[in-house]
Design a protein around this ligand. Structure first.
Ligand code: NAD
Length: 426
């Protein structure tokens, strides 16, 4: 992107997540043919809501938190995307995450637009009762734009099934009828789907297996390093280990651990469940934080936060395959370094789309009040991920572009085609 096309609020030297997304759109514009006429649609969120969330803390004081819900694009259907609770959440970040949801939903061809939400809060500083009050007030504030056929939130970093249950209940109380389909990622007893908790990690594993087949990498015995051992990284690590791979290094916010012979993944998951992180795990050596990126491995799975693989550490990466479980973990400069080194990057917008795919199944099941078995769900998930990955792979080969650019080409065309046939209102 040339700086004169940057929106006035972006500093060209510090693009931030939204600036990075705009650059990604600029990269694919030459491949959009006549649909490029509509590309400006992708560079502006359709709607962004900033809300004040006042809550009474347990000690009687009143605290105010800032919350957001951004609907990036609704051309293909209702908005869909998670809600993040983190002290570093910004509007720019939520805008970018909502845009990546538009791209992701189009990549796996589920009938949704893209949306995302967040609250600028460190939830670890709140009691459960405070967290519930925060969630309920946030849900009420964004209640004017969400709904089962308008915009459907889901869990993201630091939110979970319990938070979704509070959101569903608050929305239902406000509208006077139980609306299970207003959020996904709910507990199974209140309209959640089997397989949803593991879906994103399963999708990461599925595309990893497909890419390994195409590049001649054998999963059995492959060395895997994972950053972030929560919902996504923990599940992906477990599935790779079950397939015979060796998970040799794991990093999370509590530490970095390493075991050349392969970590005992079920024991590590149990340790994380009990203690909240990988730090202090007995069956591993401690590794310096910065050494993680240079660890000898075949597959690297960033599954924590964005902006982790940068121009400063990309050169050290030894993996042949990087599978982006997290959203936006690789900066554009790092992406170029990895491509130049011949590292195959499976981008977030396809690699972590398993979560939203099973969210879609949950929403469909809620509408019909008819629930599928876990085997059916996993089989459909794997089929969708395999087909989506094959389509993106083909576009990458045809145009000699990276898989990220190929995914953007496929998705931007789908979104802009929907925009074009719907036409402008009024
Ligand atoms: P989670 O809260 O379950 O886990 C987050 C993990 O990241 C934890 O292991 C945490 O310790 C680690 N982490 C946090 N800060 C870190 C730091 N500074 N350095 C190293 N590790 C750190 O969250 P999750 O649901 O697994 O989400 C992880 C990523 O995957 C996010 O980018 C999220 O947007 C993305 N994602 C999640 C889903 C989903 O269904 N949960 C779907 C698509 C994408």
């Amino acid at each position: 992107m040339t700086s004169h096309t940057l929106p006035s609020y972006l500093d060209p030297n510090h693009l931030g997540p939204w600036g990075i997304y705009l650059q990604q759109v600029d990269r694919v514009t030459p491949y959009l043919g006549s649909l490029a006429r509509w590309v400006e649609t992708l560079k502006r969120p359709k709607r962004a809501l900033i809300v004040d969330i006042p809550i009474e803390l347990d000690n009687g004081t009143i605290a105010h938190y800032e919350g957001y819900r951004v609907q990036h694009n609704l051309s293909r259907g209702p908005g869909k995307g998670g809600v993040r609770y983190h002290q570093d959440v910004t509007l720019s970040e939520v805008m970018a995450l909502s845009a990546w949801m538009s791209i992701k939903n189009a990549a796996v061809n589920v009938p949704y637009g893209g949306a995302k939400g967040g609250i600028r809060v460190d939830p670890k500083t709140l009691s459960t009762a405070e967290l519930e009050r925060l969630t309920r007030r946030y849900t009420s504030e964004i209640g004017i734009i969400i709904g089962p056929s308008k915009d459907i939130p889901a869990p993201d970093v630091n939110t979970n099934g319990q938070v979704m249950a509070w959101m569903m209940d608050t929305y239902s109380m406000n509208t006077g009828a139980t609306a299970t389909g207003v959020v996904t990622g709910k507990p199974v007893d209140i309209g959640g789907s089997l397989g949803r908790v593991e879906a994103t990690g399963r999708g990461v594993f599925t595309v990893g297996v497909e890419a390994a087949k195409l590049t001649g990498l054998t999963i059995a015995g492959a060395r895997v390093a994972v950053q972030g051992f929560g919902n996504v990284g923990g599940t992906a690590g477990k599935l790779f280990a079950e397939a015979g791979a060796k998970v040799v290094a794991v990093q999370d916010h509590t530490g970095t651990i390493h075991n050349d012979r392969g970590l005992d993944v079920p024991a590590l998951l149990e340790h994380v469940r009990k203690t909240g992180g990988v730090g202090g795990f007995a069956g591993a050596d401690v590794m310096a934080k910065d050494e993680f990126w240079g660890v000898a491995c075949d597959i690297l799975i960033p599954a924590a936060l964005e902006g982790q693989i940068t121009k400063d550490n990309a050169g050290k990466i030894q993996a042949k395959l990087v599978i982006e479980g997290a959203n936006g973990p690789t900066t554009p400069e790092a992406d170029d370094i990895l491509n130049d080194k011949g590292v195959l990057v499976l981008p977030d917008v396809i690699a972590n789309a398993g979560g939203v795919t099973v969210s879609y199944f949950e929403w469909v099941q809620d509408f019909s009040s008819f629930f599928w078995t876990e085997d059916e769900i996993n089989a459909r998930l794997v089929r969708i991920m395999q087909n989506a990955f094959a389509a993106v792979w083909q576009v990458a080969q045809e145009n000699k572009v990276s898989l990220r650019t190929a995914t953007f080409i496929v998705s931007c065309k789908r979104i802009l085609h929907a925009r074009e046939v719907r036409g402008l209102y009024p």
